[in-house]
Design a binder for this molecule. Structure first.
Ligand code: FES
Length: 879
């Protein structure tokens, strides 16, 4: 491509040329690398490149890569597991291309250095580096073959000796009737447990598969939101008169335009779509109005022209202050204390009085941002007498319910189609722009896209809860834990989101992965005028694990106990009960401890921490899943379900299970998530999708197998098989019952952080009991990505707020670790079968980061003797 006209370069690519492989991850801040392109042979950020510098320049995106490079690198990304959500992948590939131009045989360190400018929030970079190294090796072999052949007399045309390139759609075109496929010499079995490449990974790697912001629909216009200027203020008036005159503006919407419910909420209906005149804002992320215009830029200009007359009110932003009687009420007439969850067993005071050793401390964890690379975007459009919504949210049926309530429509009049999601990690559970896009499209009767830039994304969606914890852990003279007390306070911000559930997990996981006979545990969830807190990977458990694991090392220091042995001696195992009284089965914790024992004991400076994490929401709520399998023909099967694919690989798992159960060729299976299939499903959360969907597919497969025994796939064409799995037997912590089951399953882990002589993290060993490893490559990728997030949580990530405002909205200030910040990660898989999960599988999405921060804190203490009680630890480590 040659640029010869004057325009903004990033817009030129995406909007004028419709080249969408270059992604918008940081809205022009120049820090994420998702828009990397090649300009005159070097890697450049499209968002930071001035158009006037490009006159006559040669520019290459993934669409224009040399055919052989494009084929090899995309296949390598797919087969090495480098693609999770895939939002960063095209930028990474372009970064690799620029490296290949100058150094076709780089060392691993040189690859890491080359991709440093590009962020990935999913993979921990390990498999991206693997994929680039593997692709370069294959390309170099091409060259060797070429040179060898050219040396042979008589060869005149290089093309005659180049290896024949496999077809680009390789994964889908290879017969796999024996449950395996071969592509260019790479074996890829789809059997459960095998490293089958992620669904549509090669296309995703190249940016050839649309995210919502890449989609264009005929007649589509654009919305922009006007956010509050103050965390707490009474809105006196909203004057849109000047904004309406701004070029391209079609209409401006306020709360008065909402035909149905004004508030939504996953647990508590407290979150207004827009604040009306006369209302009070509760946080900076509140929306006061929405502009729809011909272009996004026009809508944004007009949104800033809306004049808001408001009376600024005193806000309550300290969670301790908010919890006090008489505090300013965030929601008028309602206590700021949203919930108090507690469990008690025995008399903790008397046990503490007799304890041989007692560790007591106050531990605090910080608010952090999910930092998914794809910010929130939705497109809504009229469909019949209802609405069609393209969403990247974490639950299409939850989106459908919220939108139907906002519009005052029956649920069946709202159809939600899930578009691949560029990272969620819990931050896309609450609806953000889906409701606004739907409202605007409903009124205008035309397609409307609403896209948040990075500042707006940080301001609007819920964060990880900051938690304050006062904790005491006692043991006897042999190091046996005897009692634990915890008082915890969690800041859920302006809206409930799933804050109560997060703090219930703090309670339920307060004793960590250990058996503690006497407990006195309480967690309070409070409203403040801060940006809301909600779901984030680990869901309260990384917070409390940091506290309890620190206490354990302190007991070791006091009593002279061995840090590994005390954990082994107290660890949960089959037949033991959690702090909530749940009897456990299928516990692989001791195996994870044994797996790291030697490495831990031999390391000069190391920290150790165990983890337990629930699979499934439980707590008295139903966990269920439905699925339908449509036999379209002997060449096409459609699996429909309701879980969001956000990088974790749920579509791939669905294909592998169906193939495993029925023998159906995985290459002919398509996966769809569309509420039109009417398969009501909850939120994709709590590491539960694999267990629930896997069991539902096994249920459907039994009937498919029976029919296949009678006739061929061709003869079954037109049939639809439905499967279902329901878990409705859990209860809330503290509920009076003889045999409480708070969750249907748990996962277990032990992680070790090893430091070098300078006190920097040199290696993380992550031993995880996954029950059954459904796909070894995706399993490793999940753990490596979680360790990356856990390391950031431990060391650098933070989103501090002052008076209800983020101190910084710069993406770079969030502290996300880059490729050269990462140490070696060794993942060890343990398979201790769970009684409920398919083939014994347990959730792995969240537990990967549960113990990382605690292990690093303990390692640092082992290094310098300083007990750190606050995250982040603020050591920018370099190995
Ligand atoms: Fe890199 Fe998701 S795969 S950001």
């Amino acid at each position: 491509m040659r640029v010869t006209r004057r325009s903004r370069f990033f817009d030129h690519l995406r909007k004028e040329n419709r080249i969408t492989s270059a992604k918008d991850g940081c809205s022009g801040q120049g820090v994420c690398g998702a828009c990397t392109v090649e300009i005159n042979g070097s890697a450049k950020l499209a968002c930071r490149t001035k158009i006037k510098s490009l006159e006559g320049a040669e520019i290459v995106t993934t669409e224009g890569l040399p055919e052989r490079f494009r084929e090899v690198i995309s296949r390598s990304f797919a087969h090495k597991g480098a693609v999770q959500c895939g939002f960063c992948s095209p930028g990474m590939i372009m970064r690799a291309k620029a490296l290949h131009n100058v150094n076709p045989a780089p060392s691993r360190d040189e690859i890491i250095k080359a991709i440093k400018p590009n962020l990935c929030r999913c993979t921990g970079y390990v498999k991206i580096v693997d994929a680039i190294a593997s692709a370069f090796e294959e390309l170099n072999n091409d060259q060797k073959v070429l040179q060898k052949s050219l040396a042979v007399a008589g060869v005149r045309n290089e093309r005659e000796v180049l290896p024949k390139a496999p077809s680009f759609d390789g994964l889908k075109s290879v017969p796999t009737t024996d449950a395996s496929s071969r592509l260019a010499g790479v074996r890829c079995s789809a059997a459960v447990g095998e490293p089958y490449p992620k669904y549509m990974a090669a296309e995703t790697a190249l940016g050839a598969r649309d995210f919502v912001d890449d989609m264009r629909i005929e007649g589509m216009v654009h919305g922009a939101l006007r956010f509050s200027d103050h965390p707490r203020a009474r809105v006196v008036s909203i004057d849109v008169s000047e904004a309406l005159k701004s070029p391209g503006v079609l209409r401006i919407f306020t709360a008065a335009d909402i035909p149905g419910e004004h508030k939504t909420g996953l647990i508590v209906r407290d979150w207004p779509l827009m604040i009306a005149e006369g209302g009070i804002t509760n946080c900076l992320g509140d929306v006061l109005a929405g502009v729809v215009a011909e272009t996004e830029a026009m809508a944004r200009v007009a949104a800033q022209m809306i004049k808001i007359d408001c009376r600024v009110l005193e806000a309550v932003t300290d969670m301790h202050e908010a919890a006090r009687p008489g505090a300013i009420e965030v929601h008028s007439g309602r206590s700021n204390v949203l919930e108090t969850c507690s469990i008690r067993s025995g008399d903790a005071d008397s046990v503490f009085a007799r304890a041989a050793w007692l560790s007591t401390g106050i531990y605090e964890t910080q608010r952090i941002e999910h930092a998914f690379l794809e910010t929130e975007t939705a497109i809504a459009m009229p469909e019949d007498d209802g609405i069609r919504l393209y969403s990247q949210g974490q639950g299409v049926y939850v989106d459908r319910k919220a939108v139907s309530e906002i519009l005052g429509l029956p649920a069946e009049k709202v159809r939600v189609i899930q578009v691949q999601n560029g990272g969620g990690f819990g931050g896309k559970e609450d609806i953000t722009v889906q409701g606004h896009a739907s409202l605007f499209a409903w009124h205008l009767k035309r397609p409307v896209k609403v896209h948040l830039n990075r500042d707006e994304s940080i301001t609007m969606h819920p964060k990880r809860h900051p938690v304050w914890m006062e904790i005491s852990l006692a043991c006897d003279r042999n190091g046996k834990f005897t009692a634990l007390r915890l008082n915890a306070l969690g800041d859920t911000g302006a809206y409930a989101s799933v804050g109560t559930k997060v703090m219930e997990r703090v309670v339920g996981h307060a004793t960590g992965a250990y058996s503690v006979p006497v407990v006195d545990i309480k967690a309070v969830t409070v409203y403040t005028n801060n940006i809301p807190s909600g779901a984030m990977r680990g869901f309260g458990v990384p917070q409390v694990t940091f506290a309890v694991e620190s206490c354990i090392d302190e007991l070791c220091r006091m009593g002279g106990f061995d840090r590994w042995q005390i954990r082994y001696d107290n660890s949960l195992e089959d037949g033991k009960r959690t702090a909530t009284g749940q009897l456990l089965r299928g516990v692989g914790l001791k195996k994870t401890l044994l797996a790291v024992k030697d490495a831990f004991s031999m390391a000069k400076f190391a920290g150790l921490a165990c983890g337990i994490k629930n699979t499934g929401v439980g707590n008295g709520m139903t966990d269920d899943s439905e699925v339908s399998v449509e036999i379209v023909s002997d060449k096409k099967i459609i699996v429909s379900h309701g879980w969001s694919e956000m990088g974790q690989g749920i579509h791939t798992m669905a294909i592998q299970v169906l193939h495993h159960e029925t023998g159906i060729d995985p290459a002919i299976i398509e996966v769809k998530v569309d509420t039109g299939a009417d398969l009501p499903t909850g939120m994709t959360t709590s590491s539960r999708a694999t267990a629930l969907l896997g069991n539902a597919i096994i249920d459907a497969s039994a009937r498919i197998r029976e029919d296949l025994a009678q006739g061929s796939l061709r003869q079954l064409a037109g049939r639809v098989y439905r499967g279902r799995y329901v878990c409705d037997w859990t209860c809330k912590p503290g509920e009076k019952t003889d045999d409480p089951a708070i969750h249907f399953a748990y996962g277990y882990a032990t992680q070790v952080a090893i430091l070098n002589d300078e006190g920097a993290v040199r290696k993380i060993i992550a031993a995880h009991d996954a029950g059954k490893i459904m796909n070894r490559m995706l399993f490793e990728g999940q753990i490596e990505g979680a360790v990356h997030m856990g390391m950031g949580y431990a060391l650098t990530e933070d989103l501090p707020m002052e008076n209800g405002r983020p101190v910084s909205l710069k993406f770079n200030d969030l502290g996300i670790l880059r490729a050269d910040d990462m140490p070696e990660i060794e993942v060890i898989g343990i398979e201790e079968k769970d009684p409920v999960g398919p083939y014994g599988a347990k959730g792995i999405g969240e537990i990967g980061m549960v113990s990382t921060a605690a292990a690093i804190a303990n390692a640092l203490c082992a290094y310098d003797g300083i007990r750190r009680t606050k995250l982040p630890l603020r050591r920018r480590d370099k190995s």
